[in-house]
Design a protein around this ligand. Structure first.
Ligand code: PRT
Ligand code: ZN
Length: 285
């Protein structure tokens, strides 16, 4: 079987998490010194290291079959490729930011303003949808300094912590896109390539599911068991095991990260004891 060619960012914000994702999927790779490409040792995958901006084009052209790229880049480039899975890292938002001194009430205040951005297509689309005319000035980097040097009235750029905006005297006023890394694919994969991609997606989904859940073990007085398990759905249902102390049982279950603290607080109030929480490596349903 041929290998599937996968593009990932050569260096930058998505590199570490992309490599970690492969590792979490039990795919072993040796990264050479030149770091142009490498082959997985235990999975039919060839990995190409590229600049993130080039990945959508390479996917459309079939130079790479699948790739990891920010949704922001993918939507800006408008190539004929398909998003197969969101990956939960590289999270950021594409936002409009204005100088702190700018008196802003609503989006209409941006009418006729000059906006510096590296995302001209997405910004243009946003303003067209709002029927606002604005002048878009495309720049490729250091967008946040544009208002300070008189190049633009405001900017549209990626934001994660917000500290870059803060340090440049800017404040965020509108979010035009929520973004994260995605796995995208070429539209014309053959049967063998689809088989490999689906095997990889199966692993990625198991890893993602595990990351969003915790394994929880607790000891419960038997008379409280019914109430306690009503708070613990588990994957199918919770496991209940007898303890040496016959008045108590051990309950094992899986809890979603988002609901975790609420559930634990309730369990404690109802009488759960000795609560242990463990990370899960993979969940295969
Ligand atoms: O060399 P190459 O072209 O491959 O990389 P690059 O320099 O173009 O991209 P890189 O590595 O900076 O970002 C790759 C991807 O990471 C982006 O396309 C996004 O999908 C994602 N990502 C997540 C971010 C950020 N968070 C982010 N904060 N990309 C850029 N930023 C920048 C932003 O542009 C601004 O300058 O970080 C600054 C703001 O960060 P905060 O934390 O101060 O708000
Ligand atoms: Zn780039």
């Amino acid at each position: 079987m041929d290998k599937l060619k996968m593009a990932i960012q050569k260096s930058g914000r998505l590199y570490e998490d992309s490599i970690k994702l492969l590792k979490d999927c039990s795919i072993e790779i040796n990264i050479g010194i030149d770091k142009l490409k490498t082959t997985a040792l235990n999975f039919p995958l060839e990995i190409l290291f590229l600049r993130d901006d080039d990945i959508p084009q390479y996917l459309e052209d079939g130079v790479a079959d699948i790739g990891i790229v920010g949704k922001n880049v993918l939507l800006e480039k408008r190539k004929k490729i398909k998003i197969k899975e969101t990956l939960g890292f590289g999270k950021c938002r594409l936002s409009i930011a204005i100088p702190k001194t700018f008196k802003y009430k609503n989006i209409k205040n941006l009418y006729g303003k000059k906006i510096a951005t590296s995302y001209p297509f997405l910004v243009k689309k946003f303003f067209e949808e709002k029927y606002i005319e604005a002048e878009i000035h495309e720049i490729s980097g250091a967008v946040e300094i544009a208002p300070g040097i008189g190049l633009a009235d405001c900017i549209c750029d990626l934001v994660s912590s917000g500290s870059t905006l803060f340090m440049n005297g800017l404040k965020e006023v509108e979010t035009i896109l929520e973004s994260e890394a995605v796995l995208a694919s070429n539209l014309h994969l053959d049967k063998d390539q689809l088989i490999i991609m689906n095997k990889l997606l199966f692993r990625i989904r198991a890893v993602k599911k595990a990351k969003n859940n915790k394994y929880i073990l607790l000891n419960v007085p038997n008379e409280r068991l019914k109430k306690i398990i009503s708070y613990l759905p588990g994957i199918t249902s919770p496991v209940i095991l007898p303890l040496a102390n016959s008045k108590c049982s051990s309950v094992h279950s899986v809890v979603n990260e988002n609901d975790f603290w609420g559930i634990v607080e309730n369990l404690k109030t109802i009488g759960a004891q000795d609560i242990l929480v463990l990370p899960i490596e993979k969940i295969i349903l």
